[in-house]
Design a binder for this molecule. Sequence first.
Ligand code: SF4
Length: 254
Amino acid sequence: MKLEEVKERIKKSITWCPGCGNFGILKAFERAASKLENVVVSSGIGCHGKISDYLILPSCHGIHGRVPPFLTGIKLANPDLTVVGFVGDGDALNEGIEHLIHAAKRNSDITIFLHNNGVFGLTTGQITATSPKGFKSKSTPKGNLEEPLNPTALMLVSGATFVARGYAGKVEHLSNIMYKAMKHKGFSFVEILQPCVSFNNTWKFYGRKVYEIEGDNKNDFEKALKLSYEDDKIPIGVFYKVEKESYEEILLNL
Ligand code: SF4
């Protein structure tokens, strides 16, 4: 079968809801990954996880929340690979939060793209760790009682050496961030604001709030943390980038 036919067949097999933010993420990643070689991907459980099936790359599904340790193993086995994981907010911040924190802490040379839609979409709409306070869902008919977790701030304080935020509605901008994240040596993390049209439709909300920061912020940790907490307007861009020895470099040089 020719490559074009494979692409057409994959396109027809996509089961995301029409209008889902995942389409923008897929497009942005395809553009970014086309500039690189030896890319391997894994994804977790949730709507985001289907992205593994829609890419013509070596890929596999992890189990719920376990993408980071899986990627660390791949990178250790073959350090020449660019190792990329797609995770969801429920997947990585409810089920697998400890794995994410430890991967950032040890500065594993892997890249994590978090599809943050603030809801469990695949199971038809329950709150996750990033759902806003007051959010009405199937699991919280009177509104979410808890404050949402801030994934970007969490990764900064956990030791990630590249931290960024992108938006599924700004594909070119997101693609550039994804490329930089994959090129970074050490743990790179990108929170991607992803509207879920079926259970948390945030297209209009983000359309009003999101703005691009000027240039990349490097080395200034305090500024990065400040950016991650801005909520009047929502900044996107590279918030933080520092050079540091990766876990694999330390371990393989012992
Ligand atoms: Fe996308 Fe939400 Fe539909 Fe899942 S349920 S495919 S996240 S719109």
